[in-house]
Design a protein around this ligand. Structure first.
Ligand code: URA
Length: 443
């Protein structure tokens, strides 16, 4: 294999064979191909894309660069969900215990906050004692005993992706659909799942802001999953406003607990139920997504989903007393209300900027080694289309950083658009994607 020839072929729009792709990536992981050649290859892919067959091989090679967890000793169809990320997206915290309570095992390897989005691991770690750094043996034990497990990526899961992702980050090659799809799917397929439900976000708080780009990403993810023998379906869901009302790690745990205890936060629970219904259907516990949705609603109403979340928390070292009594948790030093200057209707949110503001308040990392303040964040009080009166509370900011409060409050006010006339809220679950293509979802 001549790396230069292979890069040239891709640069000129050619298609690489399985053997060529396999050799190039394997040699890179072994340190026999330098970063500068891999960078050139990534840029060639960025411009020329990959065929479906290349995408499947690329994912497969990255997947096999590390451990692929074997969960075949656990009975049942193991199903996970992956979201491409957004602001206030706490769905996994409610969804995973809800689906597990319905009898479908949920093995979940999650990520940390990335850019303006929050990460499930950071949210879980805001629960005192909760350990997300389990070994693979512990991971297997927890799912065998509780029917669900939530951990972070270990060094042994898809190490090729880890190295290539760092390189993409510094060579302007992150925003490539085949590269993103391979990166996400190699990690998900290493978890030991049998099937996968994807939540691909679209809108001004998503990585893919344009609907057509979200469709292309969803299609790539679904095709790879199915090509690799794991039944995969996806939904394209709205991210033009924060999901639910709370943004920030502990705040999002609190909102999740409230929903697990039966509170109906409309957009958050509607998305959670659709994804849950699909997981139960793929997990062969329901004959349709609709029947799965009904089972999920029963698991919330009966308290079984909340019990499962407490069981998981205890099993992973967390202090359950904070879940049953969240008021025990310390509060941020500053809690500042943002009031509306005029009467009207909420017309829109600058969602990505709100995510970035939450990070500056302490809810995320500006540098890799920054320490997160789990108490920091924002609570909004209105959704798009809601009426607001002059002087009424629009949002509250929580932070220990006293120097940023006034500026943050002025900025947040500017990120919430108020119009004179009522604006229709954007549709929440926009499309459904499976091996047959994309079609509108009814909601
Ligand atoms: N998340 C990933 O895991 N990989 C990407 O390339 C982008 C988002």
């Amino acid at each position: 294999m001549n790396p230069v020839e292979l890069i040239r072929k891709k640069r000129n729009g050619g298609t690489l064979s399985q053997d060529e792709l396999h050799a190039f990536i394997t040699e890179y992981v072994r340190g026999r191909i330098p970063d500068y050649q891999m960078s050139a290859f990534l840029m060639a892919v960025y411009f020329n894309g990959m065929t479906m067959e290349e995408r499947a091989t690329f994912t497969d090679v990255m997947l096999r660069s590390g451990d692929v967890v074997d969960l075949s000793m656990i009975p049942g169809v193991k199903v996970d969900k992956h979201s491409t990320g957004g602001v206030g997206d706490k769905v996994s915290l409610i969804l995973a215990p809800m689906v597990a309570a319905c009898g479908v095992p949920v093995p979940m390897i999650s990520g940390r906050g990335l850019g303006h989005t929050g990460g499930t691991l950071d949210k879980l770690e805001s629960i005192p004692g909760f350990r997300t750094n389990l070994t693979i043996d512990e991971y297997k034990r927890v799912i065998a005993e509780t029917g669900l497990v939530l951990i972070g990526q270990t060094d042994d899961i898809a190490p090729a992706d880890k190295r290539m992702y760092s390189l993409r980050d510094v060579t302007a090659t992150v925003e490539s659909i085949p590269l993103i799809a391979g990166s996400i799917m190699s990690k998900k397929l290493a978890e030991g799942i049998d099937a996968l439900v994807l939540d691909v976000k679209t809108g001004n708080g998503a990585f893919m802001q344009k609907y057509d780009d979200s469709v292309a990403l969803a299609d790539a993810l679904v095709s790879i999953g199915n090509a690799m023998g794991k039944e995969t379906v996806g939904f394209i869901t709205d991210m033009n406003q924060p999901l639910g009302f709370m943004i920030g790690n502990w705040l999002e745990v609190v909102e999740s607990i409230e929903c697990l205890q039966g509170k109906y936060v409309r957009d958050l629970m509607d998305v959670t139920y659709v994804l849950g219904g699909a997981m139960l259907w793929l997990g062969k516990k329901a004959v349709s997504i609709d029947e799965g949705i009904e089972q999920c609603k029963s698991a919330i109403a009966s308290g079984k989903a909340m019990d499962k979340f407490c069981e998981l928390t205890e099993r992973q070292g967390g202090d359950v007393s904070y879940l049953t009594n969240p008021s025990r948790y310390p509060s941020a030093e500053n809690g500042i209300g943002v009031l509306s200057e005029k009467s009207g209707y909420v017309a829109g949110y600058s969602t990505m900027e709100i995510g970035l503001l939450a990070i500056e308040l302490g809810a995320g990392r500006l540098k890799v080694d920054d320490v997160i303040d789990p108490k920091a964040g924002i609570i909004i009080t209105k959704k798009i289309g809601d009426e607001v009166k002059a002087g009424e509370l629009l949002a509250t900011i929580f932070t220990d950083k006293s120097g940023v409060v006034q500026l943050a409050s002025d900025r947040l006010k500017a990120l919430i658009q108020i119009a004179d006339r009522r604006v229709e809220p954007p549709p929440l679950v926009v499309s459904y994607v499976d091996a047959h293509g994309v079609r509108p979802w009814r909601m």
